[in-house]
Ligand binder design. Structure first.
Ligand code: ADP
Ligand code: MG
Length: 252
């Protein structure tokens, strides 16, 4: 049996009086790909932000290898290195070239040698098909290329857990594939990931397990085949129906 990497127990998160995550419990095993889907506003981004300790929580615990990530503020920088997060907006520094964007954190935060970091950056860039863009600036890259750089920037820190928050949502359709292929490649390498996405075919292909979130609660949790072919709840069925409608509409 695989070891449990992340365990969330009875997580409670609110903004003022607005409760966003309600008594949410969840685990992710080492090497597992968990896909989180759900309607807009159901709490997907908030969940990822809590896991990455970008948000304080009002109850419950988030354990990474058994250690509570909110217990000790001093551990936060170290923790952030163990958890990588990629956002919808790439958040690259516009005035730094691609190489410098990638090696900034390994050099400053992890105190690594510039040459060693550069070498790994080049290997990772090659892996995502961008080995010849190291000297370019973000504005010279397409959205899909920028997002691949953002993924490399996360990977170079050697995180144990990767969080992806709708990383293709801002991309033109023709660039979605190139980014999803990188995520599929990471899954094949056995990376532990939590992926929030609205790309349902991709979700089905990449997921080991799917969680359906609605109004801050886990409504369904199942194997991808079961979730997409035989959703158990009316809410999940309605949610999935909107996607097949969109597919029909796009191709029609
Ligand atoms: P999702 O990512 O599933 O679309 P979010 O996690 O972004 O949903 O948001 C969940 C709920 O929390 C929404 O009702 C949203 O308005 C609210 N929310 C998110 N961030 C904040 C914030 N910083 N302050 C207040 N409310 C927030
Ligand atoms: Mg979101």
């Amino acid at each position: 049996m695989a070891a449990e990497l992340l365990k969330i127990e009875h997580l409670q998160k609110s903004y003022d009086s607005h409760v966003v995550l309600k008594n949410l419990s969840l685990f992710v095993d080492e090497g597992e790909v968990l896909v989180v889907v759900g309607p807009s506003g159901c709490g997907k981004s908030t969940l990822l932000r809590c896991i990455n300790a970008l948000e304080p929580v009002q109850g419950g615990r988030i354990l990474l290898r058994g250690r509570d990530i909110h217990e000790n503020e001093k551990n936060l920088p170290k923790l952030r290195q163990q958890i990588g997060m990629v956002f919808q907006s790439y958040e690259l520094f516009p005035h730094k070239n691609i190489m410098d964007n990638i090696i900034l954190a390994p050099i400053i935060v992890q105190k690594r040698k510039r040459e060693e970091a550069r070498q790994e950056a080049m290997e990772l860039l090659a892996r995502v098909g961008l080995e010849n863009r190291a000297n370019d600036f973000p504005r010279q890259l397409s959205g899909g290329q920028k997002q691949r750089v953002a993924i490399v920037r996360s990977l170079i820190m050697h995180p144990e857990l990767l969080l992806f928050d709708e990383v293709t949502a801002a991309l033109d359709p023709e660039m979605v594939r190139e980014v999803l292929d990188v995520l599929l490649d990471l899954a094949r390498q056995g990376r532990t990931m939590i992926i929030v996405t609205h790309e349902m075919q991709f979700a089905r292909a990449v997921a080991d397990r799917v969680v359906f979130l609605d109004k801050g609660k886990i409504v369904e949790e199942s194997a991808p085949e079961a979730f997409f072919s035989r959703p158990q709840t009316e809410r999940a069925r309605r949610f999935l129906d909107t996607f097949s409608f969109e597919t029909v509409r796009k191709s029609g």
